[in-house]
Design a protein around this ligand. Structure first.
Ligand code: IMP
Ligand code: MG
Length: 185
């Protein structure tokens, strides 16, 4: 992946303007829902980073942030296996906190299912999910999503935090991979 991203871009699915407009709406909704409450945003690395940093600028209630990294893919597979591992845990004790998970995309749901089980066992006051993208038709595990930016079709997407073999996370829009693109894992 040393080429320009245009090499791999089939089409732009969500422009930067649409992303930012929706993030303003989500920020307003979250700010209203957490008015007067303690709030901790938990971002799942690395894909959720761009979304977190734009979203938190649109949240008007005081809040803290923390990060967690998980691996959700088996070697040699682009499918989530359900075998999720914590690569980096939170620094914050979430006991009694209102936690809002910030995710880039929910696909099969295995990763989110695992993370929410781990976090619930730590007894937060509340645990809600905010995802930028929802590939709803791919779901294998039922998960409840509280805030969804966009429901998208079953296509491999990249940009705005999402990678193609670790690059192009910096693109300000969400693109669909060109058919025929060979990805290394
Ligand atoms: P799940 O466990 O199948 O829900 O997978 C969720 C994770 O898979 C996300 O956090 C992403 O890292 C990755 N993922 C799923 N679909 C895509 C995609 O279209 N582009 C890039 N990453 C994806
Ligand atoms: Mg990835």
């Amino acid at each position: 992946m040393i080429q320009s991203y245009e090499e791999y871009l089939g089409e732009t699915l969500i422009t930067s303007e649409r992303l930012q407009a929706r993030i303003v709406e989500l920020g307003k909704q979250i700010s209203a829902d957490y008015e007067g409450k303690d709030l901790l945003l938990v971002c799942i690395l690395k894909g959720g980073v761009l979304f977190l940093t734009d979203l938190m600028r649109r949240i008007s209630v005081p809040h803290a942030i923390d990060f967690m990294a998980v691996s959700s893919y088996g070697v040699g597979s682009r499918e989530s296996t359900g075998a999720v591992r914590i690569l980096m845990d939170l620094k914050t004790d979430i006991l009694g906190r209102n936690v809002l998970l910030v995710e880039d995309i929910i696909d099969s749901g295995h990763t989110l299912d695992y993370i929410t089980r781990v976090l619930r066992a730590r007894n937060p006051a509340s645990l809600r999910i905010c995802t930028l993208l929802d590939k709803a038709e791919r779901r294998e595990v039922q998960v409840t999503l509280d805030y969804v930016g966009f429901t998208i079709p079953n296509k491999f997407v990249f940009g705005y935090g999402l990678d193609l073999d670790e690059v192009y996370r910096n693109l300000p829009f969400i693109g669909v991979v060109k058919p025929g693109t060979i990805l290394s894992d």
